[in-house]
Ligand binder design. Structure first.
Ligand SMILES: Nc1ncnc2c1ncn2[C@@H]1O[C@H](COP(=O)(O)OP(=O)(O)OP(=O)(O)O)[C@@H](O)[C@H]1O
Ligand SMILES: [Mg+2]
Length: 338
């Protein structure tokens, strides 16, 4: 972690996030009781298999999940010291794109095909900062340089389709950091790109985080990626966080059997392109989890207690910054000691 002190107010603080989609056969509980705290300049990687609730969590924080058919609740939601729960929809819309921004996997569909890159980036400065056309153009060129687009002065007049996938992702990142947000959420920002470009994009996000002090929520399936750039990791399973820890500790000595299984499924941590999540069985569909632990049916350490009673996310004795939701945490930790 760079340049951030524990005493600073968090860049993001979310408590008790619950997201329920209404379906024909009752509500689908996609996210349950999620807490997230990220400090300025810190990167938190949110990991978990497909369907675990990572994107829904991100979209709920961004306020992109409003409307009929979905119920979003939080007991606390602060971004950059601003209370999201007391903002009206128009205020929240203005925070999106300035105080909190999100980079999606698919850069092409996130950009407007009929506007030049310069106009799209410039628009941010015109809307949020009241910049003139000429000022906005200058900001756009500076940003293209910041994210490593060659010949920025001329490329600012080009349209999205004239850029490669990696360059488009850089442009999206430029737009995401344009107004120096407190929080940048990157949802699988590199999966559509080839391996070399993936590494470049991650390094870019990492550099901007350091230079601008932005907090980053990086969503990924890829434990290699997380190991490389994250300060802390939160592991999601079936809509809940099941383990959270500093990045070194979680890789050296996981505390939850699900994390243990995820790590065991990576062939080689040195090669971030590998993302083999071959844990036997499949995650439960939301709404099908019983009273016990959602991971119990796939867990090698399960006992009758796990079937009856859901383990709560609990701080590990002696490790105030680690927590796990498992009745058998001590066994898992002991297994990792050797
Ligand atoms: N609009 C929706 N209506 C109903 N259910 C939804 C909706 N969006 C997401 N879900 C459900 O919520 C759960 C979590 O989905 P989410 O997209 O957050 O998963 P994810 O962890 O991002 O997975 P992936 O790694 O594949 O992106 C899934 O079971 C999904 O089917
Ligand atoms: Mg997703």
């Amino acid at each position: 972690m760079t340049g951030s002190r524990a005493a600073d107010p968090p860049a993001l603080e979310i408590r008790d996030l619950e997201v329920t989609f209404s379906g024909s056969r009752g509500g689908v509980p996609a996210v349950r009781g999620v807490d997230l705290v990220i400090r300025p300049g810190e990167t938190l990687a949110l990991l978990g298999e497909s369907g675990s609730g990572k994107s829904v969590t991100a979209r709920a924080i961004m306020g992109l999940l409003e409307g009929p058919g979905v119920d979003v609740r939080m007991s606390r939601a602060q971004v950059g010291g601003r209370d999201l729960l007391t903002q009206d929809p128009e205020q929240r819309r203005l925070l999106r794109g300035s105080v909190m921004t999100m980079v999606f996997q698919d850069a092409l569909s996130a950009l407007n095909p009929v506007l030049t890159i310069g106009d799209q980036i410039g628009e941010l400065f015109r809307t949020h900062r009241g910049a003139t056309r000429a000022q906005a153009r200058k900001h756009a060129i500076d940003l293209l340089k910041l994210v490593g687009i060659p010949a920025a002065e001329s490329r600012v007049r080009d349209y999205p389709h004239q850029f490669s996938g990696g360059m488009r992702q850089r442009i999206l990142i430029a737009m995401a950091v344009a107004l120096e947000p407190d929080l940048l959420i990157a949802d699988e920002p590199t999966t559509a790109l080839d391996v070399t470009v993936q590494a470049q994009i991650l390094r870019l996000i990492d550099r901007l985080r350091r230079e601008l002090g932005t907090a980053v929520l990086l969503i990924t399936h890829d434990l290699g990626v997380a190991a490389e750039v994250a300060d802390r990791v939160a592991v999601m399973y079936a809509g809940r966080i099941v383990e959270t820890s500093a990045v070194e500790e979680i890789y050296d000595r996981p505390a939850h059997p699900y994390t243990e299984a995820l790590l065991a499924a990576i062939p080689d941590l040195e090669r971030p392109s590998e993302q083999l999540l071959a844990i036997p069985g499949a995650p439960p569909r939301p709404g099908t989890v019983g009273a016990g632990c959602a991971f119990e049916p796939r867990c090698s350490r399960s006992s009758s207690l796990c079937d009856r009673e859901r383990p709560l996310l609990t701080v590990l004795p002696g490790s105030p910054h680690r927590a796990a939701a498992c009745h058998h945490t001590q066994e898992v930790l002991d297994a990792g000691t050797g």
